[in-house]
Design a protein around this ligand. Structure first.
Ligand SMILES: CCC[C@H](NC(C)=O)C(=O)O
Ligand SMILES: NC(=O)OP(=O)(O)O
Length: 317
């Protein structure tokens, strides 16, 4: 594997999950792979799980790790080519990226959608510059349109807990006070479609995701109807994608909050969320604390998804 930015990069999902379960059982068996190799983890945005799990995965593989919060300590970076740099940004990404490539063998990048330009976000202009100019394998730690390490962990978690070959997985929008990216829902949809589950997306009108990610999923505007018979409920907020509303909050309707009544419509479904979660906006306390809540095992699997990805990259260096 060279780069890890989307579901295609991991290859056949059955093999990826099998490797993940093997790594989970023997996570310290590969320390030789990372000896004298350095992982640089670069954050343009905040993180808890991605920061900790990816570093843990790299250490499990014997790697050295450098973590850089770009906006705390590094020079403020200009990202646009052709700009006359007479403002508040002393360094350009086009120098900083190859320099970072000098010190690392693998580079992880977190750079959320900025909502300034849908085209720039959906062309992954920041992530692509790392791929083009670092000279190193690049791992997305959530970019503008996908969060593949999260989605891989979500798939592992579903495969560990499903009781039927093709479970019904429902991704439901839920309200949030801020404008959040579409990366997590896009990515989850991409991986669920690839896994060939019975996959349903439910959200209020106006929150339609990019059809390129929705794929063959059934879209249902009636949340109760969508939840009927579900085996897994994956809750997430996202801001509007379509048209002039890109990046906007159109609704904070708390009738979409996942509560015990909604979960009673399902087939005793597991509850999932990538975290961080706004309790009693996205999901009620009793649901996220229930025995059917998988949010902690789901977060624990982030170490495993990252370790499989880094292991494959190290094996191909
Ligand atoms: C893993 C989730 C990261 C981010 N969440 C927030 C709160 O910004 C998002 O919704 O994409
Ligand atoms: N789920 C996830 O990526 O969490 P962080 O944003 O805390 O890394």
């Amino acid at each position: 594997m060279r780069n890890f930015t989307c579901v295609q990069d991991i290859g056949p999902l059955d093999k990826a999950v099998a490797e993940a379960l093997e790594v989970k059982a023997n996570r310290y068996a590969y320390k030789h792979l990372g000896e004298n190799r350095t992982m640089l983890m670069l954050f343009f945005n905040s993180s808890l799980r991605t920061r900790l799990s990816t570093q843990k995965a790299a250490m499990n593989l014997g790697m050295n790790v450098i973590v850089l919060d770009v906006n705390q300590g590094a020079w403020k970076l200009e990202t646009e080519r052709g700009v006359i740099m007479d403002g508040d940004k002393p360094e350009h990404l086009l120098e900083a990226i190859p320099v970072m490539g000098c010190y690392a063998d693998v580079i992880g990048v977190r750079s959320f959608a900025r909502f300034e330009s849908k085209a720039d976000d959906y062309q992954e202009r920041i992530l692509q510059q790392f791929i083009e100019h670092s000279g190193r394998p690049v791992v997305s730690m959530e970019a503008a349109t996908r969060h593949p390490l999260q989605s891989f962990a979500d798939l592992i978690t579903i495969e560990e807990h499903k009781t039927k070959a093709r479970p019904k997985v429902v991704m439901t929008w839920a309200p949030h006070p801020k404008a959040l990216p579409q990366a997590v829902p896009n990515s989850f949809a991409e991986w669920m479609n690839a896994a060939d589950y019975e996959f349903v997306i439910t959200h209020p009108e106006g929150y339609e995701l990019d059809p390129a990610f929705v794929g063959n999923a059934r879209v249902e505007y009636n949340q109760d109807r969508a939840l009927e018979g579900a085996d897994f409920v994956y809750a997430k907020n996202w801001s509007a994608y379509a048209g002039p509303n890109y990046g906007k909050v159109l609704s904070t309707d708390r009738s979409w909050t996942v509560d015990a009544r909604k979960m009673s419509l399902t087939d005793n479904a597991f509850f999932m969320h990538c975290l961080p979660v706004r309790r009693n906006m996205i999901v009620t306390d009793d649901v996220i604390e229930s025995p059917r809540s998988l949010v902690i095992p789901e977060a624990a699997n982030r170490e495993i998804s990252a370790q499989v990805v880094l292991k494959r990259i190290l094996e191909s260096l």
